[in-house]
Design a protein around this ligand. Structure first.
Ligand code: PEP
Ligand code: MN
Length: 351
């Protein structure tokens, strides 16, 4: 961490700031400049979080040098994390599509959709039994009955179950049925819940918050990992912006950016971003093209009867079309590009 002092900061202010940092238990390294002095704070700075560094005498700017997320960061874990869910791998070049309904509705539908998912190459089945709905008057999920239906679909197809957990009180029941626990956008910063999930030995799909930043997303992953659970899959589902043409704005540049910053797998949720069936597949294709480790997609056999998110559900035939297209796609590899970039001889060609 670096403190850039104000232009012409007085020596007594600089000394007072240095003394305060030392009082907080940190050594400093001083770089006096012609106009501005720079103070480097040495060592692990996690205990300084929340200290009013920007208000110390003469301080103009506080700059972070290393990432505040440690376990999630590539700085501390250079190799890609590959998560293994009952033999299904995700991360480090192992790609995985997860498909299924938004909400589990009937046993017949969920079994049918699990078969559609499996036949077309999806590796896991999604389905919500505890639903985070904007209105308390809409369908809230079948809860354990829904999880039992997911289990039947798993028995028929062998696909591992991905399902959302909303509350600490439901941990035991969701743990019993889920192979991967989904933490949705609304709970992305429910820190007590994240800490409890961190104590479990089950992989987690962690979505970004409704208006969350990339750094907040990584810090939420850090909450889970700080309790010992390193099996976190980050999921980009878009955020709320001024753009009203889409349900959520998804910035796919974040895929290669995050791949540089974190070793965790990153998947894209095109369904909650696009919000409309006709745009889901193109976004799914783009997400894989840009190099995501996978997708989580909503599919329904009869969207008009779906109990949630029918607008954005792909029909089985759409899913089949998309999966065929994806087979022919060579996804971008940021790692390969970085290697290629390293070999370049010059940044400037003068003809
Ligand atoms: C979902 O996956 O159905 C869901 C509610 O997603 P999100 O948390 O991204 O809104
Ligand atoms: Mn949904």
């Amino acid at each position: 961490m670096i403190l850039v002092m104000k232009v012409g900061a007085k020596e007594e202010d600089i000394n007072a700031t240095i003394n305060q940092i030392k009082e907080w238990g940190h050594d400093v390294s001083l770089a006096p400049g012609e106009k501005q002095t720079v103070i480097g704070i040495i060592g692990d700075k996690s205990d300084l979080t929340g200290r009013p560094l920007s208000t110390l005498p003469g301080v103009s700017k506080v700059l972070e040098v290393s990432a505040p997320y440690k376990r999630a960061s590539r700085e501390f874990h250079p190799e890609d994390t590959v998560i293994d869910v009952d033999g299904v791998k995700i991360g480090g070049g192992e790609r995985c599509v997860i498909a299924g309904p938004c909400s589990v509705d009937t046993l017949e539908n969920v079994i049918y959709l699990a078969k559609v998912a499996k036949e077309n190459g999806a590796k896991m089945l999604r389905g919500g039994a505890y639903k985070p709905r904007t209105s308390p008057y809409t369908f809230q999920g079948h809860e354990e009955e829904g999880l039992k239906m997911m289990l039947e679909a798993k028995k028929e197809t062998g696909l591992p179950i991905v399902t959302e957990l909303m509350s600490i009180k439901d941990i035991d029941v969701v743990y019993k049925y889920a192979d991967v626990i989904q933490i949705g956008a609304r709970n992305s910063q429910n820190f007590p819940l994240l800490k409890e999930i961190g104590k479990l030995d089950k992989p987690v799909i962690l979505k970004n918050g409704i208006a969350g930043t990339m750094k907040e997303h990584l810090m939420s992953a850090e909450y889970i990992m700080s309790e010992g659970n390193d099996n976190v899959i980050l999921c980009l589902r878009g955020t709320r912006t001024f753009e009203s043409a889409v349900r959520n704005t998804i910035d796919l540049t974040l895929v290669p950016i995050m791949q540089q910053l974190t070793h965790l797998p990153i998947i894209v949720d095109p369904s909650h971003a696009a919000g409309k069936r006709e745009f889901v597949s193109s976004l799914a294709y783009a997400g894989m093209a840009v190099g995501a480790d996978g997708l989580i997609i909503e599919v329904h056999n009869c969207p008009k009867e779906a109990l949630s998110d029918g607008d954005q559900a792909l029909l089985p035939r759409d899913f089949e079309y998309l999966m065929q297209k994806l087979q022919a796609l060579t996804p971008w590899s940021q790692k390969e590009w970085v290697e290629f970039d390293k070999q370049k001889q010059t940044d400037c060609i003068k003809p």
